[in-house]
Design a protein. Structure first.
Length: 276
């Protein structure tokens, strides 16, 4: 006698009837890692690559011997001082060059698509900053190589602080480039970052040692804090004038500009996507 029951039996996996679970999406504090990886792998445009490598190299070769003959720095010589300044400049120029691609994304309607995704505003800003910072690695490396080949001398601490500090400072200008790209039209933004960064470099004491009123003004500009921190292992706060740089003020300067640019970028992203 066969006994029938109402208890359903779970179907076992077969070759023709298998259950596929959706892939697990890994996220890092609201940032999809796949999106972050895509941004980190984004190649630099060839025109930007040539410009961001050639211009800093030419500037360094033109200026590394232009310092005072009696320059005496605690951690090295004037060539290293100039090399670190050029590394900061190249890092900033490379990271802000992402503004053009961001403006093109906005013009193509990509921001309306971003509105439909769960990506947060903070996640978008942090991802774009991280992606732009990868573009600054190569210019910093080229500046360091030129320094080695042209007699830049200094302690290991001065070299490490200079190169790492120059790369880390790109976070400030990555946020600036992101804000510019979101704020301006694509046909305008292509000319803006280079002009802005070059002006900030002169005011930030990167190319020519400043003194007096110009140095006082420069201490409030975005490039000053970044350059002072990067050069701290070399100068220890000393300058070519009678003034003494403050590491605390440089850190406050860098932090304030980074937060300010990031908030500006976040506001522009919110407006571009129509999010409240």
């Amino acid at each position: 006698m066969t006994i029938l029951t109402d208890t359903p039996t779970a179907p076992g996996p077969t070759a023709t009837n298998s259950v596929r679970l959706p892939p697990r999406r890994t996220r890092l504090r609201g940032i999809p890692l796949s999106y972050l990886w895509c941004e980190l792998r984004r190649p630099m445009r060839r025109s930007n690559l040539i410009f961001n490598l050639a211009l800093p190299a030419v500037l360094y070769l033109a200026l590394f011997r232009a310092g005072p003959s009696d320059a005496n720095l605690p951690g090295g010589n004037f060539a290293l001082w100039m090399m670190i300044g050029i590394a900061v400049y190249g890092s900033a120029a490379a990271s802000t060059s992402a503004a053009a691609s961001i403006a093109m994304e906005k013009a193509s309607g990509w921001m309306r698509t971003m509105r439909l995704t769960p990506l947060s505003t903070a996640g978008y800003v942090l991802t774009k900053i991280a992606g732009a910072m990868t573009m600054s690695i190569l210019p910093v490396g080229v500046a360091g190589l030129l320094g080695l080949l042209t007699g830049a001398r200094g302690t290991a601490a001065a070299w490490a602080c200079g190169l790492v500090g120059a790369w880390a400072s790109s976070a400030i200008f990555s946020a600036l480039g992101l804000a510019i790209g979101l704020a301006l039209r694509a046909e305008v933004v292509i000319h803006v970052p280079g002009l802005v960064i070059t002006a900030l470099a002169f005011l930030g004491n990167l190319f020519i040692p400043l003194s007096g009123t110009m140095l006082t003004i420069g201490r409030f500009t975005p490039m000053y804090g970044a350059a002072t921190i990067a050069r701290w292992g070399l100068t220890g706060g000393s300058s070519f004038s009678a003034d003494h740089d403050s590491l605390g003020w440089a850190a406050v300067n860098a932090a304030c500009w980074l937060v300010g640019f990031a908030l500006w970028a976040a506001r522009r992203f919110t407006k571009s996507t129509g999010r409240v």
